[in-house]
Write a protein that binds this ligand. Structure first.
Ligand SMILES: CC(=O)N[C@H]1[C@@H](OP(=O)(O)OP(=O)(O)OC[C@H]2O[C@@H](n3ccc(=O)[nH]c3=O)[C@H](O)[C@@H]2O)O[C@H](CO)[C@@H](O)[C@@H]1O
Length: 357
């Protein structure tokens, strides 16, 4: 099957598309995939490293702009629509899959113009703007949470949110010295970075015993590195971005992170206990809804950002790492919520609507 995957911008949109490409290439070795995104999106950094092909279009975001600025965006939208058409005519996909993020908009519109079959994947319980606007054009809408069906009318299929292949293998909680994985979605989270530095003085008993792997995002890297160094936590690994998240999850006894939909899908696929700090400004506060769905099932602890403070955080981390049975129970509850067949189910929908030939 020849599949065009449109969208990205952030990891939460891109990595489910990577999961689909990996599954398709494994199931049908003769198949072809092409991603369409932007030069500025995470896809331009990540896909070449994975050996997956990317075509780019020029597009800028619409949301949050003033009316005058929106007008200025109009010619760019037209150009991105033409660029998308040219890419579609060259690649001639049998099906186009939109994974959300504004780059998927013009591609899906240009594909519908050419009467190509369209499948949309929505990662969140509350759908993003692009998917809401384009939902009525799609042949199938694959959703990750039953709640989002209401936003799309009919044509939805509950598939779950697929995770990259290397994360689908469940690995039990490791033995040995404890390891804490800290990350703030695909771009890092300043509030988490600062809270972790503020909690170190309250984790004195753990110094030298607890290994921390901390993704900061690009902007805060130096400041966070300096914070660990000043406080004598010399064995923390502080990086702007983690390429091999599967290994990072596998080594972790506890994860401190945001509650983006793809992060949640990975925590449940890998079966890892977590402290979730929802990003409070996400559209419709959807990260709180994501976090709550795990917390209510004993699969995570939710810590609202308003309560994120050094001493409190240190107490939570310390209490959890001291109680292996609690970690194991939480890991088990998380794993029970995983959706290991999500990629296969979405590809089944693609096959059902794909053009022949
Ligand atoms: C602020 C905001 O609105 N964020 C949204 C965005 O988040 P964001 O892009 O942060 O998405 P998620 O938290 O869902 O996923 C992050 C992804 O990046 C990967 N990763 C992260 C850090 C790292 O160092 N290396 C790495 O590979 C993770 O493994 C995961 O695959 O898209 C998600 C999916 O639509 C939404 O649910 C989030 O609410």
């Amino acid at each position: 099957m020849r599949v065009l995957l449109a969208g990205g911008g952030t990891g939460g949109h891109l990595f489910p598309a990577v999961a689909l490409a990996q599954q398709l290439l494994a199931d049908e070795p003769g198949s072809e995939v092409l991603f369409v995104g932007t030069e500025r999106g995470i896809e331009a950094r990540v896909l070449p490293e994975l050996g997956l092909p990317l075509a780019t279009i020029d597009i800028v975001g619409f949301v949050g702009k003033k009316p005058v600025e929106k007008l200025a965006v109009a010619p760019k939208l037209l150009r991105s629509f033409r660029q998308s058409g040219a890419i579609l005519d060259r690649f001639r996909p049998q099906v186009v899959v939109g994974v959300g993020g504004y780059a998927s908009g013009p591609v899906l519109l240009a594909a519908r113009w050419r009467r190509l079959p369209l499948v949309i994947h929505e990662q969140n319980a509350r759908p993003g703007l692009t998917n809401r606007l384009l939902g009525h054009l799609a042949d199938r809408i694959c959703i990750s949470y039953p709640e989002s069906a209401g936003h799309f009318g009919g044509r939805t299929v509950l598939t779950g949110n697929p995770v990259r292949r290397e994360m689908t293998e469940h690995r039990p909680l490791p033995d040995g010295e404890p390891e804490l994985l800290v990350f703030g979605g695909s771009r890092g989270a300043r509030a988490i970075n600062q809270a972790v530095l503020a909690c170190l003085p309250h984790l004195e008993l753990w110094r030298g015993r607890l290994r921390i792997v901390h993704q900061t995002g690009e902007e805060d890297l130096e400041q966070v590195k300096e914070g660990y160094r000043k406080q004598g936590w010399t064995h923390a690994e502080v990086v702007p971005f983690i390429r091999d998240m599967a290994s990072a999850y596998a080594r972790a006894h506890l994860v401190l992170c945001r509650a983006g939909a793809t992060t949640i899908a990975e925590l449940t696929a890998c079966g890892r206990p977590s402290i979730l700090v929802p990003y409070p400004y996400a559209a419709g506060d959807h990260q709180t809804a994501n976090a709550r769905s795990l917390a209510e099932r004993g699969a995570a602890l939710m810590l609202p950002q308003t309560e994120l403070e050094g001493k409190r955080l240190a107490t939570l981390i310390s209490d959890m790492l001291s109680d292996r049975q609690r970690l194991l129970d939480m890991a088990g509850a998380a794993h029970a919520l995983g959706q290991p067949r999500a990629a296969e189910l979405i590809l089944d929908q693609c096959r059902a609507v794909a053009r022949k030939g």
